[in-house]
Design a protein around this ligand. Structure first.
Ligand code: URA
Length: 213
């Protein structure tokens, strides 16, 4: 499990601004910080891809460079993932994309996740990167992955979150029985009784796009 905040870097500034209850009120800055975190994490994930030598002709000479031979599929869990996904797409600019509409439903003490919409390209032999900025209970991530696997068998699976709770990480580890890599911006302390990540940042979807009714 890779945790970006464990290393001193400018990414911690982005995480701090996302958490800060004054700064996060600036919706554009909030989205931009999620996008910037997506870019940094995309760069980290890119180090694990397969690379092949390719000839490049510059105006002056022919040379060899190591370019990825992998086909990447990015999948965003709507709606909160959109800015974070954009960061990934900025770096994996030739990737195919899929989208999953997941929403939380509370009935009594029970929280369930509904996947209302999903669209994905074929995943056979491709590198799947599933981006969901808030890994809280882990339910939406597990259910999204189960749905996606009906679209083929990826050669590698990367699950990426900006903020995670230990409960979510445990849920992934126990529910996903095939190999996957987990990439986090930061790992927080716990979930509260409403399944929000603590200390976290609040509701990422509402902060990025406005409160839903
Ligand atoms: N989704 C959010 O937006 N925030 C949380 O803390 C958990 C899930």
């Amino acid at each position: 499990m890779f945790i970006l905040s464990q290393q001193p870097s400018i990414a911690n500034q982005f995480l701090a601004e996302l958490r800060d209850k004054q700064i996060q009120k600036d919706r554009m800055r909030f989205r931009k910080n999620l996008e910037r975190l997506g870019e940094v994490l995309a760069f980290e994930v890119s180090k694990t891809l397969s690379y092949q030598k390719k000839e490049i002709q510059t105006p002056l000479e022919q040379m060899e460079m190591q370019l990825t031979s992998d086909q990447v599929v990015l999948v965003a869990v709507l709606r909160a993932a959109l800015p974070f996904y954009q960061g990934f797409l900025n770096f994996f600019d030739q990737a195919e994309s899929g989208f999953i509409g997941a929403f939380r439903e509370e009935s009594g003490a029970e929280l369930t996740v509904n996947l209302g919409y999903h669209a994905s390209p074929n995943l056979d032999n491709k590198v799947l990167i599933l981006v969901d900025p808030m890994l809280a209970t882990g339910q939406s991530c597990v259910e999204s992955l189960q749905t996606l696997l009906k679209h083929g068998t990826p050669k590698a699976i990367h699950l990426v979150a900006a903020f995670a709770a230990p409960e979510g990480v445990e849920h992934l580890k126990k529910s996903i029985t095939i190999p996957f890599s987990l990439w986090l911006g930061t790992l927080d302390e716990k979930l509260n009784s409403l399944s929000y990540i603590v200390p976290g940042l609040g509701d990422a979807g509402d902060l990025a796009f406005g409160e839903k009714i």
